[in-house]
Design a protein. Structure first.
Ligand code: BGC
Length: 579
């Protein structure tokens, strides 16, 4: 953020002038975030003085960007027609591109950015996300996730950059800078999330308990937040987990004493989903939450509950004023009062070749080469190649959760290129495709076998968790793709599409080359460019790679700071053609 935006003294004057005129209802309204359609009707914006609208999984605001803009403009008009005319803030879960809008540029998930380790590229990707988010009507993204995953059982490992605090802090800074821009006109508000301990729960349970000591939290988890705050991050989201046996949403010592006072965070502390009814009602306000996702039936309860709390003296008015001040401050900083409506001119920027080319570079730089025997890679253009597996020709499967839908999709989607399409662009001979490992093409020189995890988000992805849908190893079916080609004596290259390191020790032995592609997003041809040797491999493991299930018997997985960990590959490992 430019220093002028952060230090502009006129903003505080405007905030105070507005605050002075506000009734309690208007203040509580500003602290309210709701889902469009589900939680409110258009007219409720006015009667409930709503401060912010969120779009995530749920009814689409329209069928194209112009309709999205029009829908949000209609809500905005309601807000602007209130007595004080305070504009609404529109927020979205754009965590790897504006992934809620089909046709937007979809970047690799953060784990891939961690592998690329290129801060300049993270900044560019975030700036593009900001443009495409604005083009679809938003001024706020709930990104980046700056968690430090301690255990790969956690279903959100891919949303985080790395197990390294240092790398995470560096990329967090770049991400916030890219999202927020420097003049407040092009940028969107970024959100560092989830504060704190989301990825460090015991046994990797989403929303579980973290037993880290205060010293460990300060040393390992806080630095990315410090970087975000130094960069002027507009918002921080509280986490679902508990720490010191206290729900993070109600943890005053961490939220107010540490984050707001010691670390001098001056932005909006936003709650996570439905936090009011889940984590102690007014306790979360007392602990320091400024804006509440009052969704899925929480709206009435939240607004009434806070009002009662203030009237009875349980919630000091000063706490409410602090929350509203923070919200108004960001609305001024990000130009909402001057430009409350979305800019139609931006629509033509969604998914343009220039944006996709940055995403493709990100894909290329994120790939990690773990094995390459007999120089089976790079692929030769005149080889007869069979591409194996349903993941090879499916943009949804290659993109992971938070793509088009909350839990992702297993369909192709607008504007994306699949890995197979990319391979076909380079090969000189016909490329065979064997989607389920059952074909028997003659004279094949090499099998490119694409395996991985189907998309998941949040607790759905926990291994051995509440849903129990995922495992540390490849599925039997995917193991068989490799086994059957290897047994035929055909050279094999494995590409792994996954949101975390998996136990693939046997498969690495069995194949000739092994590439980790993480969750590359919409630009599948970035992978082909590297496999054919147009570019070298650059990616380095952002996590220690597990050798056996023994790595997961304790609370945490193999992490490089754990001297007892015995990884198959260490953090930072990655081969290149040159070496
Ligand atoms: C997730 C957040 C997300 C929010 C809004 C929550 O369930 O934990 O990361 O931003 O939903 O969709």
């Amino acid at each position: 953020m430019s220093s002028t935006r952060k230090t502009d003294p006129t903003i505080d004057v405007k905030v105070e002038a507005l605050l002075k005129q506000m009734t309690l209802d208007e203040k509580i309204g500003q602290m309210t975030q709701v889902r469009h359609f589900d939680d409110i009707r258009l007219e409720d914006v006015k009667s409930k003085f709503i401060g912010s609208v969120i779009h995530t999984q749920g009814p689409l605001p329209g069928s194209d960007a112009l309709e999205w803009q029009a829908k949000f403009a209609a809500f905005q008009q309601e807000a602007l027609s209130t007595r004080l005319g305070i504009p609404l803030l529109f927020g979205v879960d754009a965590v790897h591109g504006q992934n809620t809008f089909e046709g937007a540029t979809i970047f690799p998930h953060n784990i891939g950015l961690g592998a690329a380790g290129n801060a300049g590229l993270v900044e560019k990707a975030a700036a593009i996300t900001a443009i495409e988010a604005k083009a679809t009507g938003f001024q706020w993204v709930f990104s980046p996730c700056v968690a430090i995953p301690f255990n790969e059982k956690w279903g959100r490992v891919y949303e985080a950059f790395s197990e390294s605090t240092e790398l995470t802090a560096e990329l967090t800074r770049a991400s916030v800078k890219g999202h927020q821009g420097s003049d407040g006109k092009m940028g969107v508000m970024a959100t560092a999330k989830h504060f704190i301990g989301d990825g460090a729960t015991d046994f990797g349970v989403e929303g579980g308990h973290t037993s880290l000591s205060k010293e460990e939290v300060l040393e390992l988890l806080i630095p990315p937040y410090q970087a975000a705050i130094e960069e002027g991050v507009a918002a921080i989201m509280a986490s679902f987990n508990t720490l010191d046996q206290i729900s993070m949403h109600a943890h005053k010592a961490m939220l107010t004493d540490l984050l707001k006072e010691r670390l001098a965070f001056d932005g909006i502390l936003v709650s996570d989903w439905k936090a009011y009814s889940r984590f102690g009602e007014n306790d979360i306000i007392l602990a320091g939450i400024d804006m509440v996702m009052a969704v899925d039936g929480d709206l009435e309860m939240f607004q009434e509950g806070v009002k009662k709390g203030v009237k009875s003296g349980d919630i000091p008015l000063g706490r409410i004023d602090d929350a509203v001040r923070r919200i108004l401050r960001q609305k001024f900083r990000f130009g909402l009062f001057d430009q409350p409506y979305p800019d139609k001119e931006l629509i033509k920027m969604i998914g343009i070749p220039e944006h996709r080319s940055v995403a493709r570079q990100t894909v290329r730089e994120s790939l990690v080469l773990l094995k390459n025997e007999k120089q089976v890679l790079p692929l030769k253009k005149d080889q007869k190649i069979v591409v194996v597996g349903e993941f090879a020709d499916n943009a949804g499967l290659q993109s992971g959760g938070w793509t088009v839908n909350w839990q992702g999709t297993s369909e192709n989607y607008t504007g994306a290129t699949t890995l197979l399409e990319g391979i076909k662009k380079f090969a000189k001979k016909e490329v065979y495709y064997d989607p389920d490992g059952s074909a028997d093409f003659p004279d094949v020189d090499l099998a490119l076998i694409v395996v991985g995890e189907t998309p998941y988000a949040e607790f759905f992805g926990d291994i051995g968790g509440e849903m129990d849908l995922f495992q540390h190893t490849l599925t039997e079916t995917h193991q068989n793709y490799l086994r059957s080609y290897a047994e035929k004596g055909i050279q094999t290259v494995v590409v792994l599409i996954s949101g975390r390191p998996l136990l693939v020790t046997d498969q690495i032995k069995q194949c000739d080359a092994f590439v980790v592609a993480w969750l590359p997003g919409s630009e599948g041809d970035g992978l082909a460019e590297v496999l054919f040797g147009e570019y070298d491999f650059k990616g380095k493991l952002p996590h220690s790679w597990p050798k056996s299930i023994a790595a997961y018997t304790g609370k945490f997985g193999p992490n490089f700071w754990d001297p007892s960990a015995d990884p198959l590959y260490p953090f930072g490992y990655g081969l290149t053609y040159a070496t």
